[in-house]
Design a protein around this ligand. Structure first.
Ligand code: AMP
Length: 287
C-alpha cells in the first residue's frame, strides 16, 4: 500500500488508475481502527481493484469540542495493521486539517427531516459536518464504490441522500455491524470507557435484543418505554434517544408494520462516552 498526505499526489495516482479503468473502492474512517473498519476494508478489497482508506478526524462534525479533543488516535498501529491487510496498489490517505479545509467550509445542506431526529437533534450541525467531509472525499477520490457501516444507520441514509441530491455516480454500500463477543457494537470510542462503564455497556445490546424479541408482540410505545427503563435502571447508563424507525427514510414507526426495514435505534451515554447502536427488527413471518 502507498500512504498519501496530500490531495495533489493522491489525485495524480488516482488519475493513472482511472486511465486503466480499474474499479476504485473507498472506506472513510476517523482512525483508531477496529474490526468494524476492517470488515468494510475487507469487503472493499473483494469488490474493488484499488482500495483507498482515509484516516481523518473531521473537526466540522464534532459539536462538542471535548469529544473532538479526546477522540482516540493511533496512526502507527493503524498503519501497521493496514499494511498487513491492503494490497500493493491500495492507498491510505491521511490529510491534515489544512489539506481538507484550506478555507472554512461554508456549505450548508438541507436533508429535510433526516438530520432533525435522533443523532441530528442531539448533535446539532453534526450531519452538516459529515456531509461536508464526505462530499470533499467523494469529489477528490471519485470512487466507484464507497463503504459505510450500518452501525451509523442515520449517517448511511443521509449519505445516500447526499449522493442522490448531488448526482454523484458512486455506489454506496452499507455493511453490517461488527460486535464484540458480548454484543457491544465496536467503536473507536469504546476504548474511552472505564472498566465499569465497559461492563455496563453490554446492556445496550441486551436492550436491543429484547426489543428484537418483543417487536410486534407489544405496542411500539410500550416497547420504547420498557427499553428506555431497562437502560436507565443502570446507575451508569442514560438513554439519549430510543426510536423505532423505517431504516430507509427514518420516519418514526408508531404501529408495527410488515416491513423488513424497521429498525430500533439507540444512543446511550456511559459517563462521558456516547454509544450508538441499532438493530433490524425483523419478525420471522416477514422474512
Ligand atoms: P468512524 O471511524 O467511526 O467514523 O467509522 C468509519 C466507518 O466505519 C463508518 O462507515 C462506520 O459506520 C463504520 N463502522 C464503525 N464501527 C463499525 C462497526 N462496529 N461495524 C461496522 N461498521 C462500523
Amino acid at each position: 500500500m502507498k500512504v498519501f498526505y496530500k490531495k495533489k499526489s493522491l489525485k495524480n495516482r488516482l488519475e493513472a488508475i482511472r486511465k486503466k479503468h480499474l474499479k476504485i473502492g473507498l472506506v472513510l474512517t476517523m482512525g483508531a481502527l477496529h474490526s468494524g473498519h476492517y470488515s468494510l476494508i475487507e469487503r472493499a478489497i473483494i469488490e474493488s481493484e484499488v482500495v483507498v482508506v482515509t484516516i481523518f478526524v473531521n473537526p466540522t462534525q464534532f459539536n462538542d469540542r471535548e469529544d473532538f479533543k479526546k477522540y482516540p488516535h493511533d496512526i502507527e498501529k493503524d498503519l501497521m495493521e493496514l499494511r498487513s491487510l491492503l494490497r500493493k496498489e491500495d492507498m491510505v490517505f491521511i490529510p491534515d486539517n489544512k489539506e481538507m479545509y484550506p478555507e472554512p467550509d461554508l456549505l450548508v445542506f438541507d436533508f429535510g427531516h433526516l438530520d432533525k431526529i435522533m443523532e441530528g437533534s442531539h448533535r446539532p450541525g453534526h450531519f452538516n459536518g459529515v456531509a461536508q467531509i464526505v462530499s470533499k472525499f467523494l469529489n477528490i477520490i471519485k470512487p466507484d464504490l464507497a463503504y459505510f457501516g450500518e452501525k451509523d444507520l442515520q449517517q448511511l441514509v443521509i449519505i445516500r441522500k447526499l449522493v442522490e441530491m448531488t448526482n454523484m455516480r458512486v455506489q454506496i454500500v452499507g455493511c453490517p455491524i461488527i460486535r464484540e463477543p458480548d454484543g457491544l457494537a465496536m467503536s473507536s470510542r469504546n476504548q474511552l470507557l472505564s472498566v465499569e462503564e465497559r461492563k455496563e455497556a453490554v446492556k445496550v445490546y441486551q436492550a436491543l435484543s429484547q426489543a428484537f424479541n418483543l417487536a410486534d408482540k407489544i405496542p411500539v410505545e410500550t416497547l420504547k418505554k420498557n427499553t428506555i427503563g431497562f437502560i436507565n435502571n443502570s446507575s451508569i447508563l442514560t438513554v439519549e434517544y430510543f426510536e423505532i424507525v423505517n431504516g430507509e427514510n427514518l420516519l418514526p414507526i408508531k404501529k408495527w408494520i410488515k416491513n423488513k426495514h424497521v429498525f430500533a435505534c439507540i444512543a446511550v451515554k456511559a459517563g462521558n462516552v456516547r454509544l450508538i447502536d441499532n438493530i433490524r427488527l425483523i419478525n420471522k413471518q416477514y422474512t
